[in-house]
Design a protein around this ligand. Structure first.
Ligand code: MN3
Length: 212
């Protein structure tokens, strides 16, 4: 079963003015589509890997044959990252984080503002292309980190609760080189309901008692 490009859960203009139509079209229809196409191409001569989910592939990259490991790292990573990215955004999103994610942020970072400042700062400081994340640690705590290229925290044994894309293709048409402005505006489209779903999955794996 070949990997497939998921449809956007809203139309291209839905995240205006934070993310412009043209950026959405290019980002989803060209960039994400290319990761899917390149992933399928890389797996062509390894039928036994074709039934693995993209997430399972990047969870254990050492299990991937060396001749396609780089391609899988970049393209399964790109596929997993963007599949999450479309879902954790929504029109009229943003606001203060509700529910369990609000509690986790408060407990770990003191308040939402300080968390945003640290998250945005990590995104600004990621040199070149990459992502900034809130990720769950094996012990159940959370941390902010950035990763280069399409690397996903899952390859480091962490759980990606949510992340923002800081590749120039995510913001350059509208924000040009002003990455901090994009990072600041992005909070207005965050889908906290979806983030809470992901947090729940993480907590069910790592803190069974709290998830009940
Ligand atoms: Mn991208």
């Amino acid at each position: 079963m070949a990997h497939e490009l998921p449809a956007l859960p809203y139309d291209y203009a839905a995240l205006e003015p934070v993310i412009d139509v043209q950026t959405m079209k290019l980002h989803h229809d060209m960039h994400h589509a290319a990761y899917v196409k390149n992933l399928n191409a890389a797996l062509e001569k390894y039928p036994n890997l074709q039934s693995k989910s993209a997430e399972d592939l990047i969870r254990d990259l050492n299990a991937v044959p060396e001749d396609i490991r780089g391609a899988v790292r970049n393209n399964a990573g790109g596929h997993v990252n963007h599949t999450m990215f479309w879902k954790i955004m929504k029109p009229k999103g943003g606001g203060d984080p509700s529910g369990a994610i609000g509690d986790v942020i408060k407990k770990t970072f003191g308040n939402f503002k300080d968390f945003q400042t640290k998250f945005n700062d990590a995104g600004v400081k990621q040199f070149g292309s990459g992502w900034v994340w809130l990720a769950g640690k094996p012990g159940g705590e959370v941390q902010i980190l950035s990763t280069p290229n399409q690397d996903n925290p899952v390859s480091q044994g962490l759980f990606p609760i949510f992340g923002n894309d800081v590749w120039e293709h995510a913001y350059y048409l509208k924000y040009n080189n002003r990455r901090p402005e994009y990072l600041a505006a992005w909070w207005n489209v965050v889908n906290w309901d979806e983030v809470n779903q992901r947090l729940k999955t993480f907590q069910a794996q790592h803190e069974p008692a709290l998830a009940r």
